[in-house]
Every structure is written in structure tokens, then in C-alpha cells.
Design a protein around this ligand. Structure first.
Ligand SMILES: NC(=O)C1=CN([C@@H]2O[C@H](COP(=O)(O)OP(=O)(O)OC[C@H]3O[C@@H](n4cnc5c(N)ncnc54)[C@H](OP(=O)(O)O)[C@@H]3O)[C@@H](O)[C@H]2O)C=CC1
Ligand SMILES: Cc1cn([C@H]2C[C@H](O)[C@@H](COP(=O)(O)OP(=O)(O)O[C@H]3O[C@@H](C)C(=O)[C@@H](O)[C@H]3O)O2)c(=O)[nH]c1=O
Ligand SMILES: [Mg+2]
Length: 306
């Protein structure tokens, strides 16, 4: 089948490009399909008439969004609405990726797709609006919420931590928990379920589902410890910084983040017949790719004699 991916340089888009797949994948970067220029994406969808559009583009700068709410909304809500309309008009399905930050995180237990939302920040609110607009514009829409995405590329918590590995100690928030997700696993899951996304409107595949790394939820501090422990074991860093576990109130950021971001993915496993991959295995794979692709990238932080 023919899959049109909106977005090219981002983590998920790169992971989709790296994955092995029997499908024909076409990637459009911002130059060809800018979500703030709704006509562009619509023209591309009409011209290419794919079976499925995967939206891997988004405004993802969580803190900066607090200063740029209009732009976040233009990309994550208006742009998505236009894309969904174009897909509906061309008769093609839409897989749209969303986020755990649509929840307020204010209770224990994993969030199910139909649990009440309540975003705490501009990014989360813009993504929630995008979900609604996509589902309203195209009945053949799968909104796939994911969380804490990391990959060998771009901006993510794993690369941020590796960049700080030379520090003696690091203060990291311990009262926000969630499920980290490898972009490679997410990409492979999307490609694996793609043939199911040719179903007609009303089929059980449409609507909101959750896909996040399986295994125990962790705090950012716990995730950081795991990253450093594995990076040290792989010889990427000489030794792990000491992690000082702090509260979010001790690490002020412009955007508020949910205390409990844990996504319940049982619905995805039921509908698509495959549970998400374990995040700890995803981390191992991502670290090995970073090590292979950029042996010197974190050399300043390695503290290793080379
Ligand atoms: N990263 C995470 O931790 C999480 C991400 N998600 C969601 O997953 C999806 C993929 O995220 P991820 O791959 O990490 O995102 P990235 O931030 O890595 O990439 C986002 C991509 O979107 C592009 N983009 C931004 N604005 C526009 C625009 N106006 N028109 C077209 N393209 C644009 C960026 O282009 P450019 O490079 O030119 O800026 C970039 O290539 C997003 O929907 C995100 O909301 C959900 C949960 C967690
Ligand atoms: C760098 C750093 C961050 N932190 C905290 C701040 C914050 O609470 C938490 C994560 O910070 P980050 O900015 O890396 O992550 P953030 O940008 O909030 O990541 C989010 O991105 C969007 C796109 C999503 O959709 C979410 O699922 C989530 O992955 O870690 C520390 O405590 N110490 C540190 O040294
Ligand atoms: Mg960030």
C-alpha cells in the first residue's frame, strides 16, 4: 500500500524511513507540506492519493509553546484539521499521532483512551484540539497517543541525558511518571497495522488508541538512571552521574507536565493483536544505534581516554 508521511526530519519520520516495510512510503518535509499552509498538504494528498496518511509532523517544543500558543495551535490543531479534511476528500485513512500530555495526570493508574482529558499546558491543549478536529473531519482516523518518545535522532530525553553525562551529578524530576517509547518501535507498529487501516468507516480500528513502551512506568529520574546505567555498560560513558531525585516544584519550567502520564495500551493490543514493545529493549537498541552512528558524539561527556 501507499503511505504518505507528513514530516520528514522528526524522530518518528526518521524511524519510519529506517524501518523495513513492504509498503511504498512517501515523505513530505515542511517545504512541501507545511501544516501552517493547509492548501499545501491538501494538494499533496490529492495529487498522491495514498491509501493512508501518517501525520508525523507537529509543534513539539513543550516549553516554547507557552510563549507561542498561536503557532502551536496553527500546527497541531488547524493544520491537522486541514490534513484530515484533505484525507477524507481523497478517500484515504489518517493515522495521527498524539500525546499523553492531553491528560492532567492527577490520578493514579494508567490512562485509557476514553478517560477524561485535561491538558495542563499549551502543547497538550493544542494536541487535544488536533485529535478532536481530525476525528471530526475524517471518520477513518486513528489517533494514536504515545508518550516520552526517544530515538537515536533529534531532540529527546535520552540524547539530552547523554549530553549531560560528564556532570558529577544531575537533578532530575522524580514525581512525574510515564512510559518511555522508542520511535523505532512506534514506527514499526504503525507499519505493521497499516494494512488494517484500509478498513471502512465504523470499523473498530478507528478512534483513539494508546501506544507506549511496555514494562514498568518510570519517573524521569528513573529513566535517567536507566539511560546512564546502560550507556556505561555499553562503554559510551565512563561512569554515570549521580541522580538527585527532585520534585517538579524544584525544577521550574514554563509548561506544566502531568504527574502521572502512564498510558494504558490494552485497547491497542486487543484491536491490533499485538502489545507494544518493551521500552527497556527499545532503549538498548537506540543506544546501540547512537554508538554505531556517532561514536564521537558524546565524547566531550564520555570522560573516556580515546
Ligand atoms: N517527542 C515526544 O516525546 C512525543 C511526541 N509525540 C507526538 O509524536 C509525533 C511525532 O513526534 P516527534 O517525531 O518526536 O517530533 P519531532 O519534534 O522530532 O519532529 C516534529 C517534526 O514536525 C515538523 N514540523 C513542525 N512544524 C511543522 C509545520 N508547520 N509543518 C510541517 N512540519 C512541521 C518538524 O519539522 P522541522 O524539523 O522543520 O522543525 C519536525 O520534522 C508528534 O505528533 C508529537 O506530538 C507524542 C508523545 C511524545
Ligand atoms: C534536562 C532535564 C529535564 N528534567 C525534567 C523536566 C521535565 O519535567 C522532564 C522532561 O523534560 P523534557 O523537556 O526532556 O521532556 P518534554 O519535552 O516534556 O517531553 C515531552 O515531549 C512531548 C513532545 C510529549 O508529547 C511528551 O510525551 C513528552 O515526551 O524532565 C529534569 O528534571 N532535569 C533535567 O536535567
Ligand atoms: Mg522538551
Amino acid at each position: 500500500m501507499r503511505i504518505l508521511v507528513i514530516g520528514r526530519g522528526g524522530q518518528l519520520a526518521r524511524a519510519l524511513a529506517a524501518a523495513r516495510s513492504p509498503h511504498e512510503l512517501i515523505f513530505l518535509g515542511r517545504e512541501q507540506a507545511d501544516l501552517t499552509r493547509p492548501d499545501q498538504a491538501a494538494r499533496a494528498v490529492a495529487a498522491l492519493s495514498p491509501d493512508l496518511v501518517v501525520n508525523a509532523a507537529a509543534y513539539t517544543a513543550v516549553d516554547r509553546a507557552e510563549q507561542e500558543p498561536a503557532l502551536a495551535h496553527a500546527v497541531n490543531a488547524e493544520g491537522v484539521a486541514a490534513l484530515a479534511r484533505a484525507a477524507a476528500e481523497a478517500g484515504c485513512a489518517l493515522a495521527h499521532v498524539s500525546t499523553d500530555y492531553v491528560f492532567d495526570g492527577a490520578r493514579a493508574g494508567a490512562w485509557r483512551p476514553d478517560d477524561p482529558t485535561g491538558p495542563l499546558c499549551v502543547y497538550g491543549a493544542s494536541k487535544l484540539e488536533g485529535e478532536r478536529r481530525a476525528l471530526a473531519a475524517n471518520p477513518r482516523t486513528l489517533v494514536l497517543r504515545t508518550s516520552w518518545v526517544f530515538s537515536p535522532w533529534g531532540r529527546n530525553f535520552v540524547r539530552t541525558m547523554l549530553g549531560l553525562a560528564a556532570r558529577e551529578s544531575l537533578r532530575v524530576v522524580d514525581d512525574q511518571i510515564g512510559r518511555p517509547t522508542s520511535a523505532l518501535d512506534l514506527a514499526e507498529a504503525i507499519l505493521a497495522i497499516a494494512p488494517r487501516l484500509t478498513a471502512p468507516a465504523g470499523a473498530p480500528v478507528w478512534g483513539v488508541q494508546h501506544y507506549a513502551g511496555s514494562g514498568a512506568p518510570v519517573s524521569w529520574a528513573g529513566f535517567a538512571e536507566r539511560i546512564f546505567a546502560r550507556a556505561a555498560a555499553l562503554g559510551m560513558i565512563a561512569r554515570a552521574p549521580r541522580i538527585e531525585r527532585i520534585g517538579a516544584d524544584e525544577y521550574p519550567t514554563p509548561a506544566r507536565r502531568p504527574a502521572n502520564s502512564t498510558l494504558d495500551c490494552t485497547g491497542f493490543a486487543q484491536v491490533f493483536g499485538a502489545p507494544p514493545a518493551p521500552w527497556e529493549e527499545g532503549l538498548e537498541r537506540v543506544l546501540r544505534i547512537i554508538q554505531a552512528e556517532e561514536p564521537e558524539a558524546f565524547s566531550a561527556a564520555r570522560g573516556l581516554q580515546t
